[in-house]
Every structure is written in structure tokens, then in C-alpha cells.
Write a protein that binds this ligand. Structure first.
Ligand code: UDP
Ligand code: MG
Length: 310
């Protein structure tokens, strides 16, 4: 009998924990037919509501429900990592608890791995229906930027809903970086991935746990973690500015020699001064961003701290 581990990160999800389980368990006949056992690992990401109590209730009903509870909110990435560490399954799948990742897709995903020999089956939504337009706009810009500046393939609209073989999970676990961007990690480790597309499903209950700010910081994580192009861009900007400055010096010298030296151009000098110092600060910011990530990696802090596990 093979084991399927389901990793479900939850942050203040008391409303959806049970609904998720009920929906997931509808696959029971499929599991029976395929001689498959399951374990559901809820990761409580430092929830401040009754999420833990809800998970405990489920555990009493079904001992195959497990929980790892964090000492505080460490973020979804840390949650998924904890899930991978605790999963014992031959197959592992990560899913959102709000049913935006339909459990009804599982049989199809499973078939691609067992019958067609894929290492993982990932999902992407082809629409962003129900999402605020500004968020969609920036998400699209982020993915197209990533396509240009990163060698690692990162797919637009990719969800974290993915079924993987044990081998692939072990590869993910071998990447112990502190600044985690799983979508980049999937691309980096390689393996054969089948992409399934589906229409966006709106969150069934509760509210999104990702603020715009949190998403923005997460996208910076992705860029800094999987591309060094911004560093090169900073250097190129510096070169361009040097060339422009040399040309201007040349023009000014010739102008002064030919036409004398009227003291003018003070306002334009201030403009250039502001522009150049702005660019310098911007480039320092880019370097600082990489430095801060390196700083966090060097500290080698744990990715999460768990308070309770069973
Ligand atoms: N989540 C988490 N920790 C966080 C934020 C979110 O574990 O700090 C979980 C959340 O409970 C949900 C999943 O990540 O299961 C996706 O979050 P959400 O549905 O709020 O994001 P959206 O689908 O709106 O992008
Ligand atoms: Mg959601």
C-alpha cells in the first residue's frame, strides 16, 4: 500500500479546516481503488483563532489527520517546508485549505504520475477571476519580469497545488535555504512536470491572508532568490552614467574654450545631481537587498519553530 501525504498550511483558517477535510475525503473510493492510504498534515502557521482546536477535533475523528503548530506566524513557505519534513508519503501534495485548490483534481493528477511516469503534476490557473485587478496586474508583471531575468522557469499563474514523488520531495528538502521561494525551487530542481490548467476558484470562506504588501515582499524574495540580474543592471546603469558624464565634460570643455565661460546652468546641475544620487541610492538598495538575504542565510536560523507536533 502506498501512502499519500497532504500538506495543508493554515493561518487563521478556523472556518475552512473542516470543510477542506470533508471535501478531501470525497476521494476515498479513489484511494480504495488504487490501494492508497493517506495522511493529512495541517500546518498551523501561528494562528490566533481556533484553527488548532478545529484540527484537534478532526484528529479525534480521524487519526490520519496530523498537525504541526508553529510558535508564531512564519509564513506559508515555512509551512510548506515543515510539511515536506513531516510527510512520510510516497507521494506528497501541497494544497490550500480554502478549497481554491480543488481536491477533485487529485485522481487525475495521480494518474499522470503512476501511469505516464511524471515526477510531479503542477497546476496553474488560466484565469484570475475574482481577484482584485491591481493584484492581477502586478502578478502578471512579476511573472513576465521573472521570465526575463531568471534562468529558472517560473510559470505564470502557477499555484502551490502540486503532487510530487518522494524523490522530488527529498530534492526540495535538500535545499535548506532560509529565504524560501518554492516556485523557484521547483523550477531549479528540475524533474518532469505535467501542468494541469484550471479556472480560478474563489476562496470559499474567510479572507485572503496575503496583503498586497506581503505579496510585494514575497515577489522581491523571488527575484533576489532566483536572479542576480538586478546586480548586473546596477553595474550597467553605473557604466551608462559614466559614459554620459564623459560626453558632457567633453561638450562643456569645448563650449568653454570656444565661447568663454558664462556662469549658468546651476538649476540643470542640481537636477543632474539629484538624478545621479537617486540612481546611486537605488543601486545601493539593490546591493543591500542581496546583502540582507546573504546575512539571513549566514545566520542559519531555523526556518520555523514548532510548538506542537502530532
Ligand atoms: N497561509 C499560511 N501562512 C500565511 C499566509 C497564508 O499558511 O502567513 C496559508 C493560508 O491559510 C492558505 C494558503 O496559505 O491555506 C493560501 O493563502 P490565501 O488563500 O489567504 O492566499 P490567496 O489564495 O488569496 O493568494
Ligand atoms: Mg486562497
Amino acid at each position: 500500500m502506498k501512502l499519500l501525504s497532504v500538506i495543508v498550511p493554515c493561518y487563521n483558517e478556523e472556518e475552512t479546516v473542516e470543510d477542506f477535510y470533508n471535501e478531501f475525503i470525497k476521494n476515498q473510493t479513489f484511494f480504495d481503488q488504487n490501494d492508497l492510504d493517506y495522511e493529512v498534515i495541517y500546518i498551523d502557521d501561528g494562528s490566533t483563532d481556533h484553527t488548532v482546536d478545529e484540527i484537534r477535533k478532526l484528529h479525534e475523528r480521524d487519526p490520519k489527520v496530523h498537525m504541526v503548530s508553529f510558535s508564531r506566524n512564519f509564513g506559508k513557505e515555512a509551512g510548506m517546508y515543515a510539511g515536506f519534513q513531516h510527510a512520510k508519503g510516497d507521494y506528497v501534495v501541497t494544497m490550500d485549505v480554502d478549497l481554491q485548490d480543488p481536491p477533485s483534481l487529485l485522481p487525475e493528477m495521480f494518474r499522470y504520475i503512476t501511469e505516464e511516469g511524471y515526477d510531479s503534476v503542477a497546476t496553474r490557473r488560466v484565469t484570475r477571476k475574482g481577484e482584485p485587478p491591481i493584484r492581477s496586474f502586478f502578478a502578471r508583471r512579476f511573472y513576465s519580469l521573472m521570465r526575463h531575468i531568471s534562468k529558472t522557469e517560473i510559470v505564470d499563474g502557477a499555484r502551490d497545488y502540486r503532487l510530487m514523488t518522494r524523490q522530488m520531495v527529498d530534492a526540495i528538502l535538500s535545499m535548506k535555504e532560509y529565504n524560501r521561494f518554492t516556485k523557484g525551487i521547483y523550477g531549479w530542481i528540475g524533474f518532469q512536470t505535467k501542468w494541469l490548467e484550471f479556472e480560478n476558484v474563489e476562496r470559499m470562506k474567510g479572507t485572503t491572508k496575503w496583503s498586497f504588501w506581503k505579496l510585494l515582499l514575497y515577489s522581491i524574495e523571488g527575484i533576489v532568490g532566483f536572479s542576480t540580474a538586478p546586480l548586473a543592471m546596477a553595474a550597467i546603469l553605473g557604466i551608462i552614467f559614466c559614459v554620459v558624464a564623459f560626453l558632457m565634460i567633453l561638450v562643456i570643455v569645448i563650449k568653454t574654450l570656444a565661447f568663454g565661460d558664462p556662469t549658468s546652468g546651476w538649476p540643470s546641475m542640481i537636477c543632474i545631481f539629484l538624478l545621479v544620487s537617486g540612481v546611486q541610492l537605488f543601486c545601493m538598495g539593490i546591493i543591500g537587498e542581496y546583502l540582507s538575504k546573504a546575512y539571513m542565510e549566514v545566520k542559519d536560523r531555523p526556518i520555523y519553530i514548532s510548538k506542537e507536533e502530532w
